[in-house]
Structures are given as C-alpha cells and as structure tokens.
Design a protein around this ligand. Structure first.
Ligand SMILES: C[S@@+](CC[C@H](N)C(=O)[O-])C[C@H]1O[C@@H](n2cnc3c(N)ncnc32)[C@H](O)[C@@H]1O
Length: 248
C-alpha cells in the first residue's frame, strides 16, 4: 500500500505534498541513551559491521555518513579505513555533540564541528572528520564531493526519501558508492502498519520492502549492485538489509 501510494519520483521532481518527519528534539533526547552498549551491540553494530565489510572491498578516499548519530560508525571508519576526507551529517545537535566527544576522545584525528557550514566540502584536514549539522533533504555539500555515502538506521526517518536520494546522488561523484543499511520488511503491509502507527505517535518512519527501495534508488540514478540481509536478533519480521548501489 505504501509503495503504490507513494511511487518513486524521478531525479529533480518535487514532492506534491509536504512530507514531515520526527522533530529534531526527538533525536536530541534519544542521544542521551543511544550509546548504551547493549543497545549498540544488539541493534546498530551488526549494520555498521556490514557497511564496513562493503567499504573494505573498495576503500573510498572521501566518505559521508548521513544521519551519523553519535558517530559510532564514523569512529570506526576513521580508525580502520582512514579516508582522506570523512564527514558526518545529522540534524540533531544532541547526536552531534556525542559524536564530537567520541571522535575527540577515541582517536588521533582532528574533528571540525560546523554549525550548518560544510567544512568537509571545502578542503577538510586530511584524515580529519567534519561534523556538520544539516538536513538529509538539503545536504550542505557541493556536488560530486564524496566517493561514498553511507547511511545506517537513518534513512527510514527521512520524510521524503526521493528528495534524500536526489541529494545523495548530487553529492556523490559519478561511479560513487551508496550504502543504505536499515530495516526493509519482507512484506509491504508490515511497513504500512509501522508507518501508520509511528505517524500517530508523532514520529513517522517509512520502512520500504527491499524491492520498493531498489526501485526508488534506481529511479534516483543509481545501479543497485546488491541487497543483502543483515543478521540481527530479533530480525524475523523486521530484518535490516544492506542496499549497495553505484551512482550512474
Ligand atoms: C537511529 S539514528 C542512527 C544513527 C547512526 N547512523 C547509527 O547507525 O548509529 C538516526 C539518525 O538520523 C538522524 N536524522 C533523522 N532525520 C534526519 C534528517 N532529515 N536529516 C539528517 N539527519 C536525520 C537523527 O538525528 C539520528 O541521529
């Protein structure tokens, strides 16, 4: 139902109606408990592991983590892959504050924290990390800035997924890599139930099936090169899937 009611729009098309997402304050509050080790181990770590495995196959020189949260994945990318340019973008200042603390404490890399300015887009320190407050629907980066854009457990919160994909396509260079890791339920009806329920609670989320996400990504100007289920407990009806795509 959700997929038919909300077909993907081609690159550059505009939303007919104004979509809305959860308020930033929702994530600011969440950031206080977000780094609990059990929560991280059970929920987020398996998705980060899958993204890192994919990045290691073709290590990028410049990476954007979109919806980077408290910087757990950013810290691992900085430590393990050491790209020349690494940026985290999130619209919650609470999340970004925790990310800045983690990156400063946990590694030798310099961290630049920008309000809504894009330090990474204009010559960030090599091997440095830029944390930028910004909205996925209007990314504060120049076109063609990154070799890879990754986004874990965040894409379902973006109120207009086609607009977010268009922005991701814009900031990626041609042939750049997109890695999206989040829940893709096997049946559209499961996504519909959560979409309606979360909307009633004031924090709407949108979980597409793998096939529906593939269509959206392709319409946005990507070739989907793989969709792999990520093992996580419990994950029977709500399995995370890693979608890998290449910008055409
Ligand atoms: C569940 S957290 C995931 C954080 C991180 N990617 C991880 O795997 O640990 C979702 C993140 O998406 C961010 N987010 C939600 N909507 C956003 C938007 N429209 N633009 C930018 N960030 C957004 C939230 O602030 C939050 O930090």
């Amino acid at each position: 139902m959700a997929d038919d009611a909300n077909p993907p729009r081609a690159r550059g098309a505009t939303a007919a109606t104004r979509a809305w997402g959860p308020p930033r304050g929702f994530f600011d509050v969440w950031s206080r408990v977000y780094d609990h080790p059990v929560l991280q181990w059970m929920t987020y770590r398996p998705v980060h592991d899958a993204v890192l495995r994919a990045l290691r196959r073709r290590p990028p020189q410049s990476v954007l983590d979109l919806g980077c949260g408290t910087g757990q994945l950013l810290a691992r990318i900085a430590g393990e892959l050491r790209p020349r340019r690494l940026a985290g973008c999130d619209y919650s200042s609470g999340m970004l504050t925790h990310a800045a603390e983690r990156l400063r404490d946990g590694s030798a890399v310099p961290v630049q924290v920008g309000g809504t300015s894009p330090p990474a887009a204009h010559g960030a320190t090599p091997a440095g990390v830029a944390l930028v407050r910004g909205d996925a629907l209007r990314l504060p980066f120049a076109s063609g800035t990154f070799d890879a854009v990754v986004s874990t457990e965040a894409f379902h919160w973006f109120p207009d997924q086609d607009a977010a994909l268009a922005e991701i396509a814009r900031v990626l260079r041609p042939d750049g890599t997109l890695l999206l890791g989040f829940v893709n339920p096997p049946l559209a009806v499961i996504g519909d139930v959560f979409r309606i329920g979360s909307r009633l609670l004031g924090a709407p989320l949108r979980w597409p099936t793998p096939a529906a996400l593939r269509r959206r990504v392709e319409v946005a100007g990507f070739a989907v090169t793989g969709q792999r289920r990520i093992l996580r407990l419990p994950g029977f009806l709500l399995p995370p899937v890693l979608t890998e795509a290449r910008r055409l």
